[in-house]
Every structure is written in C-alpha cells, then in structure tokens.
Design a binder for this molecule. Sequence first.
Ligand SMILES: [Zn+2]
Length: 288
Amino acid sequence: MSTTAAAPTVADVMAELERRYPPGWAEQWDRVGLVLGEPSAPVRRVLCVVDVVPETVAEALTAGVDMIVAHHPLLLGGVSSVAPTTYKGRIVHQLIKADVALYVAHTNADVAAPGVSDALAARFGLTGLRPLHPPVPGSPAAGPGRGIGRIGQLPAPMTLAELTRHAAAVLPVTAWGVRAAGDPRRRVRTLAVSGGSGDGFLAAATAAGVDAYLTADLRHHPAGEHVAADGPALIDAAHWATERPWLDDLAAILREAPGVETLVSDLDTDPWTVHAAPPAADDKEPRL
Ligand SMILES: [Zn+2]
C-alpha cells in the first residue's frame, strides 16, 4: 500500500494475488495477469468470476466494481482486433469505458497449493491431499503439494451412485448436473478431483489407483476406454461448478487487502442451460 489512508490500487491487488499465484507458474500456452486497466487506479470493490462473458460483465457494471478477477483468460489466442463489433472486443470496450480492470489467474491458480482443486476437494471433505499431476521437477511451479488436481480420502466410503448424488448436492447447481461412468455399486474411498477440463489427467488418475475421478468436460471415447480398462470410475460435473468453489478462496485472499470489498459471482456461466432427465428417472436408483 502506498499509504494506509488511500484505497489500494490495481497494482496492490495484483501483488497480493501474485504472491499466491505467481504468473511464472502458469502453463506456457496460458495467458495470465493484467488484461486491461491502469495499475495505478484505485480499487474499492472487486468481483470474482470464472468467466468474463457479457452476463458477468453486466453484473460487474451493476455492482460498480473497479476490478474483475477471472479464472479463464478473456484473450487466449492471437488477437488482431478489439473492435466493439466483435464478441470479445465489445467486452474490452465496456470494461475500459467503465474503468474496470481485468486480471486473470488461471493455470497458475490451478497448480498452486492451496489452489483451484483444493477448494473443490474441500467440498467433499477430502483429507490427506496430494496433487494428481505434480509439475515437472525443476519447472517454475514445482514445489510442495503443488500440481493440477488433488487426490484425497472421503470421510467415509460411499458407492459411486451415492457419491454422484452427493456431488450434485455439494457442488454449485447447474443445468448440466452430475453424471458418472462405471459400476454404480463400486465403493469409493479415494477420490481424485480436478477443476475444469480434466480429460488430460485420466491416465494420471488410473496410475494413482484412485477409486473415482471427478472433473469436467469428459468425452465419450477417452472416458469409455478408461472405464473399460479398469480405471477409476468417472464423475463428470459442469466445468463452472468445479471451479466456482475456488472463487470463495480467491475472495478471502482479496479481503486481506485493507479497504477492498469483494464480491463473488454466482452466475452460472456454463454454456449448458437445459437438461432433461428421462421420464420418471429422477430419484430412482440407477439402472443396474
Ligand atoms: Zn476452467
């Protein structure tokens, strides 16, 4: 802080975030850090979101925040225009005009300990946590407890069918809901979780010998092949629902900057908005 009386600046909030989530810990392909906004601008109110989309931008503008901290990068690929006639250009214009800074903590927050998947693991009360996919030794993110995803023990074993229902109860509600692959009667004690698209860590979950692996964006062939090869049962939740729990941790970090009011967006930004269960399938035991 420059003085105790002045409001913290965008740079102050960034420094607080980068102490927990150093940008150098992000994957090479990732784009994290300040996207737009003056580092010297004062910050009195911050909104934490998973996605920067028109709906969360509208929420930020209505709430009168000075800064958005987002998990997903707004601009990940090459950009040759931010014209307001484009989807993302419109967002850039809206934020700059309203003097709202935008900051992204993505894979650097995934790999941190505590990080995104710790908040997900906490929803299940997992204990004895270890990373599902630790960083390569010697890489910038390497360190104790760090890595993508977490493996831990459930407080009590439950069947896959019970755990799937439990997941639907403890995770933020989405239209997508929660679905699982594997024997519904399988007993699960050791659970791996990975916030976001965890398709790439199926082999790591199998190698770790976990009973089940909960993540998002699982696909037909990789999921089917891992289950058929006696891999862990798979639980597929909505992408947003697996990362929304971390926003509470993020807000707690931001509140440590004196004078900053922190808001958390509960707007479900998952693209899936409609879900239909087969008639009379609700509240029944899964078909065995
Ligand atoms: Zn994600």
